[in-house]
Design a protein around this ligand. Structure first.
Ligand code: GLY
Ligand code: MN
Ligand code: MN
Length: 457
């Protein structure tokens, strides 16, 4: 059952003035008309049976409400106009009273016109939508690739990279509910026989705060499968449960947290030892988060710390520095240390690496860095995740996959840790003027805190 945590500000709403300020900032930075689409609802099977509708994130940033098919036109000369469906009288039968366009205009603080009055937008800049191409259909051309489209993307990135006060309030609300979901998942585990039972307890907590999941939850005893989205495994007493679950506010802002806990309530000595190695790497990476710091360096701090810990346990052998340079860490930590967080759980990844990578920087091809999603210098107002991990992935431990890194791994020692498949510890971190704030630090994290939470404490 979802708990009732009245101290969680679940209903926090962004004031109308904050959306107006965002639209005005965008208008002051563009020279040509820009079009931002909410996108179209998708049918599950027949049109009246739809998937839950969530508008495109750029639209949500500027309007805050998922209005199906709505089109926001920003004209640097004449300002913002939102085009939306006029309520159909029959809507009253199925959906109850709908606001008139005048009422919508009043509540959003923007001029609203019926979609039937949408002007010709052939020369406007736009971004692709994820609903099967409604942007391309509307503009009559492929969207996203012209110079103007790219300039529009860059302006939105500039605005969305550093969160304003209202956005931070949303992220805090998402973080609070995300933390509650993890506590609930831990406490529910002793009564759960399958992964889906734990998942259900966590989602109930999120739903109980009128939020949704910000991505498909990962709740699994097979934590080494990084994007495991199945929930059917039985839970054994000696298993570790890895839960990567986040809440999303009504306005679309995301939380993204991973915790790992022992299904039977107590970590084994080998599980605890590896858990502490990952925790130390996570803490070192979080400690490094501050304005002006290059995020790739944070990734490397986590990677070095992990290698040192694995050397101390005897799983790796050799000089930690040399192992780091040879990319040996990627055998056990094959992903980046985190990503931007905002309206999207991987914020603005709809624009590829344009948002995550500073101009002049590009993804490396090395095993160590190729999955790093963010390589910018951190600035106050950015939110990032920090999420190092340790995974025993059979496919990365074959002689072929290891190549000349095989000598660095002591297979006999590794075997002793066979009760660990995957451990990741993930928090949401806001960059402040002087350093950082961990938005999700209410989630139990040390091995003893986690054990207490599984025991219901
Ligand atoms: N939950 C997706 C991620 O952690 O990146
Ligand atoms: Mn995650
Ligand atoms: Mn993440």
């Amino acid at each position: 059952m979802a708990s009732t945590q009245s101290d969680i500000p679940t209903a926090v709403r962004t004031p109308r003035a904050a959306f107006q300020a965002r639209r005005n900032r965008l208008l002051s930075r563009i020279e040509r008309r820009a079009v931002l689409l909410a996108g179209a609802p998708r049918a599950r099977n027949f049109p009246a049976n739809r998937f839950p509708f969530r508008a495109e994130s750029h639209f949500l940033y500027l309007i805050g409400d998922s209005i199906p098919d709505a089109v926001l036109v920003l004209d640097p000369q004449s300002g913002a106009v939102l085009y939306a469906h006029k309520p159909d009288p029959d809507d009253a039968i199925w959906h109850g009273p709908s606001p008139s366009l005048a009422e919508l205009s009043d509540s959003l603080g923007v001029s609203v016109r019926p979609l039937s009055e949408l002007p010709d937008l052939g020369d406007a800049d736009a971004l692709p939508t994820h609903d099967g191409g409604s942007a391309a259909r509307l503009l009559g051309r492929p969207v996203g690739d012209t110079l103007g489209d790219r300039q529009l993307a860059d302006v939105l990135i500039e605005l969305r990279l550093r969160h304003d006060e209202a956005a931070v309030a949303q992220l805090r609300a998402a973080a609070a509910v995300t933390v509650a979901a993890h506590r609930t998942g831990m406490a529910a585990t002793p009564g759960c026989r399958f992964e889906y039972h734990v998942r259900a307890a966590m989602e109930a907590e999120i739903m109980g705060h009128a939020m949704a999941c910000s991505y498909n939850p990962i709740v699994t005893v097979r934590g080494e499968i990084l994007h495991n989205e199945t929930y059917d495994n039985p839970i054994g007493d000696t298993d570790l449960i890895l839960a990567d679950v986040g809440a999303e506010t009504r306005e679309g802002w995301a939380g993204d947290v991973t915790r790992v806990w022992p299904a039977g309530g107590r970590f084994s000595s080998t599980q605890r030892a590896l858990y502490d190695v990952v925790l130390k790497a996570e803490r070192a990476a979080i400690d490094a988060v501050a304005p002006g710091v290059r995020y790739r360096d944070v990734h490397h701090i986590a990677g070095r710390e992990l290698i040192s810990g694995l050397c101390e346990l005897g799983i790796l052998r050799g000089d930690p520095d040399e192992l780091f340079h040879r990319g040996v860490g990627a055998v056990f930590f094959p992903h980046g240390v985190g990503h931007l967080l905002g309206l999207d759980v991987h914020d603005m990844e709809d624009l590829g690496d344009r948002a995550g990578y500073a101009a002049g920087r590009a993804r490396a091809t090395s095993a160590r860095d190729r999955y790093l999603r963010l390589d910018r210098d951190l600035q106050p107002g950015m939110a990032v995740t920090i999420e190092p991990g340790f995974y025993a992935i059979e496919g990365l431990l074959t002689p072929d996959a290891l190549g000349d890194r095989a000598d660095a791994i002591d297979r006999n020692v590794l075997k002793r840790f066979s009760d660990v498949r995957g451990i990741r510890i993930e928090d949401d971190v806001l960059v402040t003027q002087t350093g950082h704030e961990v938005l999700t630090d209410g989630a139990p994290k040390t091995s003893s805190e986690v054990e207490r939470a599984v025991a219901g404490g």
